[in-house]
Design a protein around this ligand. Structure first.
Ligand code: ADE
Length: 229
């Protein structure tokens, strides 16, 4: 799986790429992440990537030409074009079904905006899939791009140590319930005991407890998920 990130702030990603699961996946050649600086595609003397909106109003708008030319350059480096995703609060809200759709692609281009938004012609010319990670406004798309990388790579075979562990995640496949409560050692901490059934070794009883716990938690915390069933 390959990600090409298009951003004005590539340094935001560097620490993230060098940690833990993602670092191992990159080292193992299962995941590749390339960072592209949109500023490299400006033509103006001062390397402007943004400008004041026509018609007035607050804030700055990302200019059409550096973004379009950066995307075209990244696309032309490969025979097959990658799937272009624009991170914007105006997009489809990301959920596990959307993540599963994105994971079908071999290569994703993640276009991160800053400022008040994108010049509308970027949408018209590039026809990206627009994705929002939630109904709130971030300072830019970079954190949203990391959310996409993080969620998609969990579905890339071999990235998680245990092949099964993403299949049992909440929201994955047809599963709509929240995960059951988990415990590890010690068996008792400040008077809080691990439920006895989990210590007993009866796999059927454990599975039943987990299903019930999962349903109960979903009912208490996210009734809306049960209502969707
Ligand atoms: N850029 C700014 N806010 C965003 C959001 N909620 N999701 C994706 N990209 C964004």
């Amino acid at each position: 799986m390959r990600f090409d990130v298009l951003t004005l702030f590539p340094d935001i990603f560097r620490g993230y790429l060098e940690q833990s699961l993602l670092k191992r996946a990159i080292e193992a050649g299962r995941v590749e992440v390339r960072l592209n600086n949109i500023r490299d595609w400006t033509h103006s003397k001062h390397n402007n990537v943004d400008d004041r909106p026509f018609g007035g109003g607050p804030g700055m708008v990302m200019k059409v030409d550096p973004v379009v030319e950066c995307v075209e350059a990244v696309q032309s480096a490969h025979t097959e074009p990658g799937h272009l995703v624009m991170l914007t609060p105006q997009g489809r809200r990301l959920d596990q079904a959307a993540v599963e759709g994105l994971a079908q692609h071999q290569r994703l281009l993640l276009l991160c905006g800053r400022y008040e938004g994108f010049d509308e012609r970027i949408r018209l010319i590039l026809r990206p899939e627009e994705i929002s990670i939630g109904d709130y406004v971030l300072n830019g798309g970079e954190v949203a791009a990391m959310v996409i990388i993080e969620t998609v790579i969990r579905l890339v075979p071999g990235v998680l140590g245990d092949e099964d562990s993403s299949a049992s995640d909440s929201f994955s496949g047809s599963r709509r319930w929240l995960e059951w409560a988990q415990y590890t050692r010690p068996r008792e901490y400040r008077g809080h005991q691990v439920p006895a059934v989990l210590l007993g070794g009866n796999h059927q009883a454990i599975q039943q407890w987990r299903e019930e716990n999962s349903r109960e938690r979903t009912c208490q915390r996210r009734r809306d998920l049960l209502d969707q069933e």
